[in-house]
Design a protein around this ligand. Sequence first.
Ligand code: UD1
Ligand code: UDP
Length: 386
Amino acid sequence: MQKDRIYRVACVVGTRPEAIKMAPLILTLRADGRFAVTVLGTGQHTDMLQQALAHFDIRADVNLNIMRDRQTLDHITSAVLTGVGGVLDERPQDMILVHGDTSTTLAAAMAGFYRHIPVGHVEAGLRSHDMALPFPEEANRVLTDRLASLYFAPTGGDAENLRREGAPPERVHVTGNTVIDALLWTLGNLKRQKPSTGPELLRTLPDGAPLILMTAHRRESWGEPLRRICGAVGELLQERPGLRVLIPLHKNPTVREAIRRDLGAFAQGDAPQVLFTDPLNYPDFVSAMDRSLFILTDSGGIQEEASALRKPVLILRTLSERPEAITKGTGVLAGTEPGTILREARRLLDDEDYRQSFANRGMPFGDGTASVQIRDIIAKYLEGRA
Ligand code: UD1
Ligand code: UDP
């Protein structure tokens, strides 16, 4: 890198998972005098973004605050494009880093591309190969990868997807997923803080009470699929009165209302089987994953974290852009049909050897060094351009 030249890098974050997965990279870049980092929050999420950033002691340098209640895809995309574009005009950058597959990701990548600012895509190359699943995330990541100049692929398979689509091989780097950096960092802190960890709610549970953790939020799950998922959980709870399910509800009102409507009856009384909470802060959520027998989720990030925590995860989707979870067996694609969800959940509850076998299935999504690798690749790339 040229002596005395400091490279300006904007890190864009809009939603909770972007914040958690970009945080270790932001901290790594900030600790390195070669970079001047601007954290550009789009505010696609409000409280959930703040909560995630706060855990890592990061404040957005700019927050566009674009969120509206029950916002549309058109609104997010247009507001982020205009807002990020304005910031890039005011504060010219040598590189813009976007993460994953949200509407923030695509619109921010477009704003960079329109200004000839190279776009680095963190968590590049994931593909379900079906534009409708997940919607609109598959389109967001495919289009972002068309615009990007530098690709940080979590796995070899993701890198292969990119090369097959024509990305220049020398621009594609397999780094692992930064979520593993975030998770290991947080687990290290939790160990140091013991014993005061974990959400308050869990401390009210009888010792050893069987617990499942559940989250759901995907757009394509809204309506019937979510109803079927909740139906399966309700049936499981009815047949096992000692079982508890912890559900940190996503802030999206469409999802909250649906889950509360279908499972609210189990949250009543002195010993409720369903424990609803607002989104948990990251360390509490990590503790909750750790305390659970297994996890039911349609989330992307949680599939990755579960593998590193050696926790079984039933993926409430019909396909995954994270095929390594299925091929390595760290996750089971349970879909949204009650029969399959029930069969897989009963197996995990009743067969301890099977449940324990998830401890030996490997960590396909990285080893906790992704951020450092990405920093070094960016440094080399910018040096080459200078
Ligand atoms: C978004 C992403 C999805 C990602 C998810 C992570 C898109 C299109 N969707 O979905 O890819 O997996 O985030 O969680 O980019 N809300 C609040 N407070 C918050 C956050 C959300 O009240 O802090 C409510 C608002 O009413 C908002 C709604 O949730 O309009 C939906 O938020 P939005 O970002 O559009 O979609 P998500 O379902 O969160
Ligand atoms: N998460 C959290 N608190 C919660 C639920 C999830 O901190 O109450 C974290 C989780 O550990 C993971 C990320 O949020 O890192 C996943 O976000 P989400 O499921 O909203 O999005 P996705 O990964 O599906 O895009």
